[in-house]
Write a protein that binds this ligand. Sequence first.
Ligand SMILES: NC(=O)c1ccc[n+]([C@@H]2O[C@H](COP(=O)([O-])OP(=O)(O)OC[C@H]3O[C@@H](n4cnc5c(N)ncnc54)[C@H](OP(=O)(O)O)[C@@H]3O)[C@@H](O)[C@H]2O)c1
Length: 230
Amino acid sequence: MAQKVAVITGSHKGLGYAIARQLAQEEDIRVVLTSRREQDGLAAQQRLSSENIQVDFHPLDVTSDVSVQQFTTWVQQTYGRVDVLVNNAGINPTMQPEEASLLTVQMETMLITLTTNVLAVARITQALMPLMKAQNYGRIVNVSTEMACLTSMGGDYYPLAPSYRLSKVGLNGLTALWAKELQGSNILVNAYSPGWMQTDMGGSNAPFTADEGAETAVYLATLPEVGLIL
Ligand SMILES: NC(=O)c1ccc[n+]([C@@H]2O[C@H](COP(=O)([O-])OP(=O)(O)OC[C@H]3O[C@@H](n4cnc5c(N)ncnc54)[C@H](OP(=O)(O)O)[C@@H]3O)[C@@H](O)[C@H]2O)c1
């Protein structure tokens, strides 16, 4: 495979789809669109194809060891390389009433959110890392949120949303630790906030489109060698 290979998690809709769509228009990048449900992924691949944008598809549930192992084997056998990983898949239980307070938040909700937004990112990154290390090249983009800034925790601007916000604090920490672990290599790890976007998660009142939110992901996914940003 002469082109770079870019894997985007949870990319059949929303921000992930917009990132896949934009990255697929880069000449030297082959996009692998992924989704945990095959029919969703194939439908998204078809939508892009109707715009004359070609992407590959493979199922991927980032919370499943088996799915991640199967995906990694398929990537290895199909391309023998991974150059870009956008950790976009995420859940946000903020709309549930108990999420308004630490007094009421369900530990089960906390667990599922941390599992999806933090541990699953650690899992897929760890699984694909040998392919990046083999070529000493990688661009990893973790989709976070400004709601996870520690300086915003005391303000009234955002809902308390403890599950979601703690999970993204964890994701920011994971990003910094991966960057430290890979220091000195040409594998760059960054996190960014796409802003409040009009997606199923963000709702229709959001000020930004998913396409706007995707622009920084594309920038970070195509950083030159000296472009480490944290
Ligand atoms: N929307 C905003 O305003 C906003 C703001 C800041 C940050 N973000 C972040 O942006 C990212 C994308 O969000 P979005 O707004 O595009 O939300 P979305 O439309 O709800 O999309 C979330 C995506 O993640 C996927 N996903 C969830 N769990 C998964 C799993 N276990 N394995 C694989 N895929 C999984 C979903 O797939 P299914 O359809 O199968 O569930 C879906 O494709 C998230 O990380 C979110 O936290 C969003």
